[in-house]
Design a protein around this ligand. Sequence first.
Ligand SMILES: [Zn+2]
Length: 890
Amino acid sequence: MLEQSYSPENFEEKIYSKSEDEGLFRADANSTKPSFLITMPPPNVTGALHIGHALFVSIQDTYARWKRMLGYNTLWLPGTDHAGIATQVMVEKQVASEGTSRQQLGREKFLERVWEWKKEFGGTITDQIRVLGSSCDWSRELFTLDPKSSAAVKASFTKLYHDGLIYRGERIVNWSSGLQTAISDLEVELRPVQGAFYYLKYMLADGSGDFLTVATTRPETIFADVAVAVNPTDERFAKLKGKEVIVPISGRKVPVITDDYVDKEFGTGALKITPGHDANDWTIGQRHKLKTLTTINKDGKLNELAGEFAGAVAAHSRKRVAEKLKELGLLVKEEKHNYELGYCQRTGVVVEPLVSMQWFMKMKPMAEMALKAATGEDPALRFYPDFWRKTWFQWLNNIQDWCISRQLWWGHQIPAWHCGKCTQITVLKDHNDSDPKACAHCGSSAITQDPDVLDTWYSSALWPISTLGWPEKTSDLDVFYPTLRFDQARGGKEAKALMETGSDIIFFWVARMVMMCTYFMKGRLPFEDVFLHAMVFDEKGQKMSKTKGNVIDPLEVTAKSGSDSLRLTLLALSGQGRNVNLDLKRVEGYKAFVNKLWNASRFAMMQISEQNVTAYKNPLQQLDKLDFVDRWLLVQLNDTVKKVNDELTHYRPDAAFHAIYQFAWYELCDWYLELVKVKKGSLDTLCFALETLLKLLHPMAPMVTERIYSELPWAERGKLMLQEFPLPHPGEIAKASDLHQVAAMKSAVEGIRNFRTENKISPKAQIQAVLETEQAALWENLSRFVVALAKLGEVLVNGKAPTGASGKVATNEFVFTLPLEGLVDTAAEKARLMNETKKVRGDVEFSLKRLENPAFIERAKPELVAKERDTLAANQEKLKTLEEALKRLG
Ligand SMILES: [Zn+2]
């Protein structure tokens, strides 16, 4: 028997570890069933579970369990990411606290330390994912630095290099002087800063004494200026074409060039061009074949080009350079200006755009496949919600080459060797070959492996294939990897693989997986459906952050309310396209739902055990033996089954859960369980409805449903998670008259219940009633239900109405006259009603006067006027009810 009260802490862990131990989460590479694959976004190995993880687990586990119950050979493949920067920074801090440093330890020793850390703490996040009930296949768990993943990285790099898609070159990148590495846009945090626009004089080199005013927020970079650009259509500068100007302080002559990029309205309309320290200037520099100067070194300090400022930290020299310019009479003015500046997320230092030698991947040819995959009426690749498709096109059409190298130690070291003699690069011909011993170009043995590692997102981009064993030909790849090509139409086929992740990494991750995996799998897409969930914010819609103190820890929530309540809350809030604003009160609300399910199940099981039921007959196969109440319930249940399957198919788990909630709470608990008490008889429908409900809810709330199911006397055939998911019954279940009878019964019961509430009649008091109806036969069928549920006493059909104060309840089928005498203190109630009437009448008059006043209508805000109208309407309605109640009292 189920315990008296719902206490998830008593069973969640037991159920989970038992299922895992029994191998129930494992997919079968030898199965002949259709396959379904979800590759879990690998959380950072350094990470602690946050609410974003909880959201993706709730959604992905729902899909994994649903598909498994539908009979698919389901693989939900988990893993963790080595998180290059995050992990390295953390271990660096650790060794620093021991008085040493990464550099002092050397590469090999330092990496040993990181692996030690990984061995000790790397399992934390995966254990936390288990707490949420995740049914992923832990036997296939992969870490991005495991040999399997490393082989994929090596094989892909080797192929892309020889295919001409990976190259090395000097480009401008985001440089973190704190980390001494290039970083991705995602690792740059934009913060608003109060800065200034400095208006500088660039004197004409012709000695005329004329000058050009240039506005800049970064005067400390002028030492690397190589040109001043104006818009070609800007007539103010027409006479300067082909002339030269002198860079302030440094005294170098640079040309005035014209470029469409320059905005005439911005600043003075003249832009200093510093390709070494600005990404846009770099592009302009490339276009005009300008040279690149560097005045900020990789340590963030100014170099000898800056003359007297050499050696100072660039970001801190701005004021000093400005003062010098003022001294020289070259500062026209200084204007306050607020803008966004990029900071390194990990170290908090200002990110400098710097030119450096890096490895890049050519993205344009790769992007073509990803674009094609989503193009057309019936594209192979689908987005849920569909509006992401537009974003997809925008980004891929403007894609830049990807800087894949990082100046870190923790990660996949680039499999390329530099020759000390001829300076050429050697990359293996085949990834299975061992490391080269000599230069492939001149044969010299003086070769060294490139010290850089690959961007963490590089191995993530290969995740759907590396987890299945690529580049080896594995049975997992055969069984689980989709077969649809990027240039084929979907043709009504359902997805063999789902990618579900946060919309914030659509480009960093989703797009790169599509490009890389499609490339290596000969045009076959890694997944056909992409479901992008919204970001979780706090209840006010603010981002959760430690500094704001509004972070919700999912483990605290599950400890208090159980994992099912948290999952249901997140699913309910996961509606597409909106932010998920999480309020802890909502979790309490869904815990109340789980509680209701628990109590309803206990009630049902008591009935079941009272009647010694150990098995039941499917009511859908004996419909004509059932009564109208049972058939009505089966219709509601069947509609719910249909809706749940339908909504899940269209990636609306929130709507699927809503349908279950409505059925369970309102139809099953509020009505059917009450009716069962009255009607007695066969429990087949009750047993079937409870079991079906548990199956429907199982993918979303696996723990509590599994626990309840295990107590069903006929559940010896095994775990709920292994049962078949309910599918809609095709035939007719009920006649129209069945549904009409229940509707008539409900409106009679509700009408009498409202009458009780309005007249403050004790719920315990039985009311006598006189019934007028032309449908005596209908009443005959319904009377026992209405009498029990509405707590009626004797009902006199078509008899004489009682004398004295009474009320009437009228439905489409029945008119009940209900005596009030003896049930209410008539005098006191009359006094109360009169008082109330007086007050409401006053409010109505006030609103009317206000709304008749033209001054109010003209001057007040429209929403205030609308509010007044609403108040008036509500009070008029109330007044009517009160007057009617008074009339009833006589
Ligand atoms: Zn060589």
